[in-house]
Design a protein around this ligand. Structure first.
Ligand SMILES: Nc1ncnc2c1ncn2[C@@H]1O[C@H](COP(=O)(O)OP(=O)(O)OP(=O)(O)O)[C@@H](O)[C@H]1O
Ligand SMILES: [Mg+2]
Length: 474
């Protein structure tokens, strides 16, 4: 087993199961950690990196399915394998829909489990290798990878081209999944530093105490476990670019050291006293509200100003209109090729659902949705049935106290969106009966059909000959 493979995490409330899995995993040389509840597992996942998670479907407290949903949102790239007591196709689909990468029914042979685990281990190694190849090749991130034709994306591409060749420090602020990492990579690739190293550090993924030594290195004996001298990643990035991702999570003491480093490129290794110097361009990103962090004294204001020489704010997916379909198509092509599936396109109904969803997880969420749909789809087109239940999610979010509706676009667009959601909602409640819906809204059936056509709302039933699903012409 490669020494760089992090441990796997087992979540099961039965002690005997944990012990037998531990024996199997240790026998194969995997590092093993266990949690007896989903709650404990989620906590461990924020503190340490795992290459995969194996969870029982039935747990005391939060169920395995609920755990899957949360874990998929927080750690979208972490493969999760679900173990259940009975094998039924319905449960398998449930598990996969909730985001499990695979599914195993009890009783299972150890080899079956080990086979699934070794695939995840392999996948982890591949992703690691790929990331470091990308980082070294300097060619991997190109501007064309930023898919989209909406005005905000065109503007963003233009700004990247303008800023990339300079040495300016860049701060990228944006919601999760909006492409901050892609922007950082493109800035390096298009810069004069492209042939030197691009080093990425995720400040949130490295325990606070280790982050300083990761960044600036340490001398032998600097702390327990520092058996030999270690060069810092800033040295690896000399002549190139360093990307500090999730900088909002960096501790205040380290923020002070980073500020000093940014002034003139000097630093000292942990436990050392020699002043070293490198020439590095810094790009930082965070999805946290940095102004709120400053107000709460969690982020240094002087560091913010030092980083904020050029600011990028990638747009959210809901601000990008029909880019949603361009991106969906892009991911469909990618996944059907990698999974060797013959799916030709996305059905009209599914397109409407994609356009109507508000995408809190942005492009990453869309990518996951398409990946899952490609796995589940059995026809030649992606159908609504294989998309998540967006309406339920949206309604849950709208019921959150204090939630402010995202308002963007003209008044007409806002009203149309509201009307669209309202009519869809009432239609669903009335099991798509046009008569009852029209009655409830106190309009004629004809007026309802006209509005549905204008707002691109499907009747939810089999294709209706009189009901055209032409593009909306609002
Ligand atoms: N415009 C885009 N075109 C194509 N793919 C995109 C675009 N924006 C984002 N992606 C893809 O979406 C996923 C998420 O992007 P990325 O990792 O850059 O997000 P992020 O802003 O860094 O999110 P986080 O704050 O959660 O780290 C990646 O798979 C990325 O390739
Ligand atoms: Mg990121």
């Amino acid at each position: 087993m490669s020494p760089t493979l992090p441990p796997l995490l087992v979540v099961d409330d039965e002690k005997n199961m944990r012990l037998s899995l531990e024996a199997i995993m240790n026998g194969e040389g995997y590092q093993y950690r266990a949690a007896d509840s989903a709650e404990q597992a989620l906590k461990m996942m924020t503190e340490q990196e795992f290459f995969m998670v194996i969870t029982d479907a039935r747990l005391g407290g939060m169920s395995g399915y609920e755990f899957l949903e949360i874990a998929r949102q927080k750690f979208p790239r972490l493969p999760i394998l679900m173990i259940t007591a009975y094998a039924t196709p319905k449960l398998a689909v449930e598990a996969i829909k909730s985001g499990a990468i695979d599914y195993l029914a009890k009783p299972f042979a150890p080899e079956e489990l080990l086979h699934a685990v070794s695939r995840c281990a392999e996948r982890h190694q591949l992703i690691q290798e790929n990331a470091s190849l990308k980082a070294r090749a300097g060619e991997a991130y190109r501007l064309e990878q930023l898919i989209g034709q909406s005005p905000k994306i065109l503007e963003l591409r233009q700004l990247i081209q303008t800023v990339a060749p300079t040495n300016a420090t860049v701060l990228i602020l944006g919601e999760s999944g909006t492409g901050k990492e892609l922007i950082a990579g493109a800035l390096h690739t298009l810069s004069k530093r492209a042939s030197a190293n691009y080093v990425r550090i995720n400040c949130a993924a490295i325990p606070e105490l280790l982050l300083e030594s990761e960044l600036f290195g340490h001398e032998k004996g600097a702390f327990t476990g520092a058996l030999r001298q270690k060069h810092g990643r800033v040295e690896e990035a000399d002549g190139g670019t360093i990307f500090l991702d999730e900088i909002g999570d960096m501790s205040r003491p380290l923020q002070a050291k980073l500020l000093r480093f940014l002034e003139d490129g000097t630093f000292t290794r942990v436990g050392g006293n020699q002043e070293l110097h490198v020439n590095v361009r810094l790009i930082a990103a965070t999805n946290r509200d940095i102004v709120a962090a400053i107000q709460m004294n969690q982020f240094r204001e002087d560091l913010f100003h030092r980083l904020n020489v050029v600011q990028f704010r990638p747009p959210t997916l809901r601000e990008r209109g029909s880019d949603i379909l361009l991106l969906a198509d892009h991911f469909l092509k990618y996944f059907r090729a990698s999974m060797n599936r013959n799916i030709k396109g996305i059905s009209k109904g599914a397109q409407q659902e994609l356009l109507a969803h508000c995408w809190p997880g942005n492009v990453r969420e869309l990518r996951n949705v398409i990946e899952r749909a490609v796995i589940l789809e059995t026809t030649e087109e992606i159908q609504c049935a294989n998309l998540p239940d967006f309406h339920l999610e949206t309604r849950l979010r709208k019921n959150e106290p204090g939630e402010v509706l995202p308002v963007s676009g003209s008044l007409n667009e806002i009203i149309s969106n509201y009307e669209h959601d309202l009519i869809t909602n009432i239609l669903e409640k009335n099991h798509f009966s046009l008569n009852r819906t029209a009655e409830q809204l106190q309009i004629s059936r004809h007026a309802l059909r006209y509005r549905m056509q204008r707002l691109n709302i499907s009747s939810g039933l089999e294709e209706d000959a009189n009901f055209s699903t032409k593009e909306s012409n609002q």
